[in-house]
Design a protein around this ligand. Structure first.
Ligand code: FE2
Length: 256
């Protein structure tokens, strides 16, 4: 692997400059990554190269997995109580609302999260880098949004981790979010980041959203009113499903 961060950064900046020039010429801001986004190397082999085949969603939905509200225990939103001891790390809560493009709450929405532990390690066979696993942290949880579209997770802050996109590539700390929709065909996946991460400028996944305002919407805000004395720090992050302020959602090509 000989690609350097400087080369990746130059590619990132070239795409952003191209997108900005298209906006200056009257185009729309690019709220979602280009499918063929070279700085995120492996997507070049995974992204669709043909138009999608449109299928009858009703037929698919008849055989899709589904969930009932009673299937999700409220305790599943606390990632710090899944084992016999406390996980190591900075305890935090993440709360926010899921909204549609008109600002209306999206109720009864299944949200699933997964994340690395405080050392930046996933419990996954694909992650073998030499950071410790935490026997008290699995890094997965789920919740159902309430009447105001609200959700809340208790967890520990994930660490940044290396990946093999290029030499010395590190992902900014993030939590993966899945929104199930009302059927499997509607599932959306995105990532939440943390304020002032020094890795933002270097990360081809975060930077794959060419519009600066759109990618900034992936960053949660520190919310002191959500911090609990002697217990946890609070972060707030709203997810907007559609419209010009929509939260970026991953295509099927993204995995890291
Ligand atoms: Fe990740």
């Amino acid at each position: 692997m000989s690609i350097t961060q400087d080369e990746i950064t130059a590619e990132i900046e070239a795409v952003e400059a191209d997108a900005a020039s298209l906006v200056a010429a009257g185009g729309s801001p690019e709220l979602h990554p280009r499918r063929d986004y070279a700085p995120y190397r492996s997507t070049r082999l995974r992204h669709p190269t043909h138009e999608l085949v449109r299928a009858d969603p009703e037929e698919i939905e008849r055989v899709s997995p589904a969930f009932g509200h009673s299937d999700v225990n409220p305790l599943e939103s606390d990632l710090t109580i899944q084992h016999s001891g406390e996980p190591i790390g900075e305890r935090m809560t993440v709360t926010g609302r899921v909204l549609d493009g008109d600002g209306r709450p999206v109720r009864g929405q299944l949200i699933e999260v997964w994340q690395a532990n405080s050392a930046g390690r996933y419990v996954h066979k694909g992650d073998q880098h030499p950071a410790p696993l935490d026997p008290n942290f699995s890094g997965v949880g789920r919740a159902i949004t309430g009447d105001n579209g609200e959700y809340r997770f208790t967890t520990i802050k994930p660490g940044p981790y290396p990946w093999r996109n290029h030499l010395n590539a590190w992902r900014p700390a993030h939590i993966h979010f899945s929104l199930f929709g009302t059927a499997f065909t509607q599932r959306l996946i995105t990532q939440m980041y943390f304020p002032a991460d020094p890795l933002f400028a270097l990360d081809p996944i975060y930077q794959s959203i060419a519009d600066p305002a759109a990618r900034a919407r992936l960053i949660g805000t520190y919310d002191h009113s959500e911090s609990v004395s002697e217990f946890s720090l609070g972060y707030r992050w709203d997810i907007v499903l559609t419209g010009p302020r929509a939260t970026w959602m991953e295509g099927e090509e993204a995995h890291d």
